[in-house]
Design a protein around this ligand. Structure first.
Ligand SMILES: [Zn+2]
Length: 1014
């Protein structure tokens, strides 16, 4: 459920003008009299590690600090999220392809029950939310007045789900007890914030205190929120910590297999009860494992010099990376304290757990970390999760609605930690094939930078301020985490570390143990820095407007270097300009935010100037940032030639090349080179040129594509102009040897993605308008054609349903003999997943209707080529060279049996039904439930005019078996063909009826290596 939003206020203003003043006054007074509720818990819980069940007794004191009287409390009963596939969690996971809750066994699911609430000792009625079993309403028999206090008590029993589902769970006898007890939802100035548990969309909880007693077999090691109060357990942990050097040595000597799920020692028959207390936290989590090795350390805080105890708990299997975990926990605690404010608690713990909700998960004072692939990865995850003690724990924003205030601000500190501690790190390079292919010198910051720029370069980014549940899973990471980190790092660079740190310390002091909103963060930053930050809080956070600054003009004289920069983007942010001498950065200066052109004077006499010299301004495209004194073209970036593929570096024109081998029936073998700039991040101008020597044609065949991308503010996500050139041999007729018997096409095109970038939508729409000049040369015969087509595609994608509707109009004209053809068609496909578990099988129903509204043939040579085909286009009917054919002009043999998946779509090779007027068909295909899933059945039915002279209509049918390899290759074997269609074959040979299809060009032009094959 969504909390009430500010838009309610805005709506009111629109219609009730007279209330504007009052509303503003009201808003002001709420801002000044901040309040929050308080919840103080006492919980005792017993772990039954045979049945994986918790038996608990909870009592919490609820203090109403709000100005409202409350008639009920919303309670979160999170374990019920694991009940089945119908919960919000179940649905979110199903949509993401995780099916445990929908199809898993009951034994892996979880729930909470045995609830029996009393309020101040009086039994009290509660009801479950109609939609969400993990939300309940506790109806108070006596309303709770402002300033009033009640005590709510209940027993509870939790069936612990499998740890493979989300955050609460167990793997064998390794327990992750998180979001596990009945808990009031947050009540704030926006009202109740009750929300079902989700994997994507985290926390919002009330502050208060916890007093938790855990009873479990004696040999469990527990990591938990709070300060341990039980002396015998303190002794137990200290003893464990003392013996850790031997434990680690033994673990490293032992050859470790895959992480065990069953290698648990027997539980001690004796039990222990251990007690933890903590103030000023909003949650309590605990983790228990009998195998843990325990490390203990200490870190001195930078401001107060207070000492905090650090703990690391891990299984022997992971000792290799975890042996230095205390260093990571201490350094994380130190740097976050230094940059934001001292850690206010006594203990900071990281435990090793099998977590399926990401690399790690934060809880107050304690974080759980998933398996890491290297020591560096482990360090970053630990630091990130420890860092959440600030951005989540201490500064408790509403993560479901403003996730960036936690994850994004935390990412900023994580990026800063890595580049401060490891300025020379090559984390991204190490990830991309260990630095091969010229992805070199790419660091941890680049990882965030590239992920944001890659997704925004495709026009698929969303605003930072997007509800957590409305993010696509890619943008949840690339935007909410990465882009927020980047834009606040941009702010930090602009303000300078000193001012920025002062602002963050103030924010921390003012809002610690509270619920800051975006406007609260903005107010502190603007007041303390004295800057108007609307470019950040307006454009960069609220919208997908892109930053782009351009270097306009450079003038050097005795006084220095005068640089004119132009804001050619959609955000009026500050611009950094750097002056270089002999390749070294000697001076930088910031240009204050403005629209249009600005000039700035640098003292040095530069021989090179760069906008965004550090690369730390999150510009999507950076190809217009440079000026060099050398050379005629000052703004042309120096060329860098590299093999295969790599990253597009700032200040260089990276050109990649790779040898190419290709083949078809006429060119035979082709050997050549692909030259392109399709590295990452993407460039505004993209090109791919592939000239190849054709051994069959003794000529140069190949392709060339070039395009230019725009990222408009509105209506279109992406707009791309370009031209595609193709030339290949198209016959192996002996008469047309050498450089003869070939085609050449040049096709300018415009491609656009329609829609806005606001919310994740199941709908996507594209438009492609393409024109073409085509020359076919066969000796002295030269056929010249010109034409084009416009195509609109609508797609609707849900986990079990897909709809595609395509509208298309074509026009083509023979320039010599003035043959002309015009055609329009509609195509609709509905795909339905009829087996929904892991096996996953689909069936599809397609309808097609197309007609030629212009068919003017004087030469008649194009009659078949310009006709509609029942079976999909053969090579000669592929007028606009839209896909790859092994033998484009073959009329006999297996290669002639290739068709495109278009027009009538019959799984047939017959020319029957080919006509100049119209075709209407329906096609059915279903994947069979057998393993492997490549087999299917098909059926096609169609009608078409019998002749141009009468109104008579002919029909055709076929039924058969198909084999599909992914979405690319299809092979179809007819079992029944309607009589006329069958009779139309010149041969009785069955093999002539087998049709095959290839679908290579399923992506946009420009980044489609598959096009190389044509
Ligand atoms: Zn995080």
């Amino acid at each position: 459920m969504l909390p009430v939003k500010h838009s309610t206020f805005q709506e009111m203003n629109k219609y009730i003008l007279s209330l504007i003043l009052l509303t503003v006054v009201a808003l002001r007074s709420t801002a000044q009299s901040y309040w929050q509720q308080e919840v103080n818990y006492t919980i005792s819980v017993k772990l039954d590690d045979k049945n994986h069940v918790l038996h608990g007794q909870e009592s919490f004191e609820y203090i109403n600090n709000s100005p409202e009287t409350l008639d009920f409390l919303y309670l979160h009963l999170w374990p019920n999220a694991y009940r089945d596939g119908k919960t919000a969690l179940g649905k979110q996971q199903y949509a993401g392809g995780e099916q445990e809750l929908t199809f898993g066994a009951d034994s892996i699911k979880g729930s909470i029950d045995s609830l029996n609430f009393t309020v101040n000792g009086v039994p009290t009625y509660f009801e479950y939310d109609a939609e969400n079993p993990d939300i309940a309403k506790l109806v108070l028999s006596t309303p709770l007045i402002p300033g009033g206090k009640i005590t709510v008590s209940t027993p509870f029993k939790v069936k612990i789900p499998s740890g493979e589902i989300s955050r609460l769970g167990h793997i064998g006898q390794s327990y992750q007890i998180t979001q596990w007890y009945p808990k009031p939802a947050v009540y704030d100035k926006n009202g109740w914030n009750q929300m079902p548990y989700l994997n994507q969309g985290e926390f919002y909880s009330e502050y208060g205190s916890f007093d938790v007693s855990i009873t479990l077999p004696k040999n469990y090691v527990v990591g938990a929120t709070g300060d341990l109060q039980t002396q015998s357990e303190i002794d137990f942990l200290n003893k464990k910590a003392n013996q850790s050097p031997e434990d680690i040595k033994a673990a490293l000597l032992k050859k470790q297999g895959p992480r065990g799920k069953t290698d648990f020692p027997d539980s001690d028959p004796e039990w222990k009860t251990i007690r933890y207390t903590q103030k000023n936290v909003h949650d309590f989590a605990w983790f228990a494992d009998k195998r843990y090795i325990v490390l203990k350390g200490e870190v001195e805080l930078p401001q107060t010099k207070r000492k905090v105890t650090s703990w690391a708990m891990f299984v022997p299997h992971n000792a290799r990376y975890w042996q230095k975990a205390i260093e990571y926990i201490n350094d994380g605690t130190y740097y976050y304290s230094k940059w934001n404010g001292d850690y206010p608690y006594n203990n900071v713990t990281a435990v090793d757990g099998t977590i399926s909700a990401g690399g790690g998960m934060e809880y107050p004072n304690v974080t759980v970390i998933g398996n890491a692939g290297s020591a560096m990865e482990l360090e970053i995850v630990i630091v990130h999760e420890v860092g959440h003690n600030w951005f989540y724990g201490i500064l408790g924003s509403n993560e479901r609605v403003h996730g960036w205030m936690d994850e994004g601000m935390n990412t900023l500190n994580e990026l800063r930690y890595v580049y401060t501690k490891y300025p020379e790190n090559t984390n991204l390079s190490d990830m991309v094939l260990e630095g091969r292919f010229h992805f070199d010198h790419l660091d941890h910051y680049d990882m965030a930078d590239f992920s944001y720029r890659a997704i925004s370069g495709l026009g698929e980014d969303q605003p930072i301020e997007t509800h957590s549940a409305d993010f696509t899973s890619i943008n949840y990471g690339a935007v909410m985490y990465s882009k927020t980190g980047l834009v606040f790092n941009y702010l930090k660079q602009y303000l300078g570390d000193e001012t920025f740190d002062r602002c963050m310390h103030l924010y921390f002091e003012k809002w610690k143990f509270k619920h800051p909103q975006p406007e609260d963060l903005r107010a502190v930053l603007e007041q303390e820095s004295g800057k108007d930050l609307s470019w950040l809080f307006g454009d960069l956070i609220q919208t997908t407007n892109h930053v782009d600054y351009k270097l306009k003009k450079v003038k050097t004289d005795a006084n220095g270097t005068t640089v004119t920069v132009k804001n050619s983007g959609q955000v009026n942010g500050p611009i950094e300009v750097g002056a270089y001498q002999k390749g070294k950065l000697v001076e930088t200066v910031w240009v204050e935010p403005s629209e249009g052109k600005s000039s700035v004077v640098l003292k040095s006499q530069a021989d090179e100037v760069r906008v965004n010299p550090s690369g730390r301004i999150p510009e999507v495209f950076r190809d217009n940032n440079n000026w060099h004194q050398k050379g005629l073209f000052g703004k042309v970036e120096p060329l860098k030639l590299e093999g295969i593929i790599g990253d597009n570096e700032q200040g260089k024109s990276n050109v990649f090349w790779m040898p190419m081998i290709a083949a078809n029936q006429y060119d035979k073998f082709m050997l050549g080179v692909a030259v392109h700039n399709l590295g990452i991040p993407f460039n505004r101008v993209q090109y791919l040129v592939v000239p190849m020597y054709s051994f069959g044609g003794k000529r140069v065949s190949g392709i060339a594509d070039i395009s230019y991308s725009f990222l408009p503010k509105k209506s279109l996500k992406l707009s791309k102009f370009g031209v595609a050139v193709r030339s290949f041999k198209e016959t192996d007729n002996e008469a047309f040897k050498g450089n003869d018997g070939y085609y050449f096409t040049a096709s300018p095109f415009w491609f656009a993605k329609l829609g806005n970038r606001k919310e994740a939508s199941p709908i996507s729409q594209t438009v492609l308008v393409q024109t073409m000049y085509r020359l076919d040369v066969f000796g002295r015969t030269k056929i010249e054609q010109a034409g084009g087509f416009a195509k609109y595609d609508f797609n609707y994608n849900k986990p079990d349903h897909e709809v595609n509707i395509g509208l298309r109009s074509d026009f083509i004209s023979n320039l010599k003999n003035s043959d002309q053809m015009g055609r329009s068609s509609i195509e609709a496909t509905y795909r339905f997943r009829y087996i929904r578990n892991k096996k996953s099988r689909w069936m599809e129903l397609r309808g097609y209707a197309g007609g030629n509204w212009l068919f003017d043939l004087s030469g008649a040579s194009n009659a078949a080529n310009y006709s509609l085909s029942l079976s999909g286009a053969n090579g000669s009917q592929d007028l606009f060279i839209e896909d790859y054919y092994f033998g484009r002009t073959e009329t006999q043999g297996f290669l002639s049996q290739q068709r495109l998946e278009n027009m009538g779509g019959f799984k047939s090779t017959s020319d029957y039904g080919t006509n100049s007027q119209w075709v209407a068909t329906t096609n059915f295909y279903a994947q069979l439930p057998f393993v492997p899933g490549i087999f299917g059945v098909f059926a096609d039915a169609g009608i078409f005019p019998a002749s141009t002279l009468t109104n008579e209509i002919n029909t055709a049918f076929d039924v058969g078996l198909g084999i599909r390899l992914g979405k690319v290759v299809g092979l179809y074997f007819p079992l029944y063909i309607s009589k006329d269609m069958n009779d139309a074959y010149s041969s009785a040979n069955y093999t002539t009826r087998i049709r095959f299809t290839l679908r290579m060009s399923f992506t946009n032009r420009g980044i489609n290596f598959a096009n190389l094959l044509n």
